[in-house]
Write a protein that binds this ligand. Sequence first.
Ligand code: AQP
Length: 329
Amino acid sequence: MKKLISGIKPTGQLTLGNYIGAIKQFVKLQNEYESFIFVADLHAITTPQNKKQLQKLIKELVALYLACGLDSSKNTIYLQSENPYHAHLSWVLNCHTYLGELNRMTQFKDKAAKLKKEGIPAGLYTYPVLMASDILLYDADVVPVGDDQKQHVEITRRLAERFNNKYGSTFKIPDVIITSTGARIKDLQDPTKKMDKSSVSDKGVILMLDPIESIKQKIRRAVTDNDSIIKFDEKNKPGISNLINIYANLKDISIKETEEEFKKANYGDFKEAVANLVTEVLKPIQDKYHQIINSNIIDDILNQGIEKALPLAKAKCEYVSKKIGLGRP
Ligand code: AQP
C-alpha cells in the first residue's frame, strides 16, 4: 500500500480552510493509503507560542482529527516532538540545503514580515527543511496539503533528488495532492487573503468549533461585490468565488455545477445555502469533538501512533547516517 503523510500545526483553532485543504482530504484518502498524520508541534514553535495554550491546542487537534473521521486503525496519528528523528533528519538535510533555496520560500517571507519587531527565529527560516524531513522519513508517496504548502513539497522533492544523486537511492520522491476546489479558502472579510488560524481578527475566519449561529452570521456578512451574478471569477469577484469554492468542495460538485445550481439565485439566497451546508458539515464534527475531548482516547491514540512511527523513523535515519558516513566505523 502506498504511503501518505501530512500534519497540521497546533497554533490556533482550526479553520474551515484547514478542514477543506487538509483534513477532509486525509479522511477521503485513508482507505487508499497507509496514512501518517501528525500534530506538527515542532513546526508550531517556529513562531512564538504560549506553553499552556500549546498544550491545549495539541489535545484539541487530535480530538478534531478523530471527530472529522480519521480512523486510528487506518492512520498512524502521532505527536511530532515525540519522535526525535524528525529533528535528526532535518539537521542532515539542512546541511544539504542552500540559503538561496530557503530565501525563495514565500511563506517565510510572509511570516518573517510579521515578526520583524520580535526578531525572526532561524527555525522559521529552516521550516521547509523540517517539513522535508517529516515527509522523507517515512518514504511517503503523497502529501495532501493546501495550496500554500505546495512550494514546501517542491523543495522536499528537490532535496530528495539531490541526496539520491549524491549518495545513491535513499529517499522516495513524493507527490503533492491538492484538492481541485478549495485549495486556498480565503478570508470572508478579505477574500484576497488566505483564511488563517492566526488572523488578528476572526470576523472573516470560520473556526471549526465556532457556535453554529456565529458561523451563519460570518457567512451572511461575507464581503462580495456589487454585481448579482453567482459566477466564479477570482480576479473580479473574489468573495463570491470563495463562497463557490466552499460550496462546491463541501458538496463534492464542480464549480460549473454550483454556478448552474444558483444561476437564478441572488447573493442572499446563495449565502444562506452556503451557511446551511457549512453548518450541516461542521455540526456533527463538533458533537463528536465534545464527546472525545474529555476522554482518555487522545493519549491512547498518541501512544499507539508513536509506537508505530518511531521504529520506522529510527531505521530510516540509521540508513541515512550510513549513506553519509556518520557514526562509528
Ligand atoms: N485557507 C486554507 N485553505 C486551504 N488549505 C488550508 N490550509 C491552511 N489554511 C488553508 C492547509 O491546512 C494544513 C495545515 O496548515 P498549517 O497548520 O501548516 O498552517 P495554517 O493553518 O496554514 O496556518 P498558518 O497560516 O501557517 O498560520 P499559523 O502558523 O499561525 O497557524 C496545510 O496543508 C495547509 O495548506
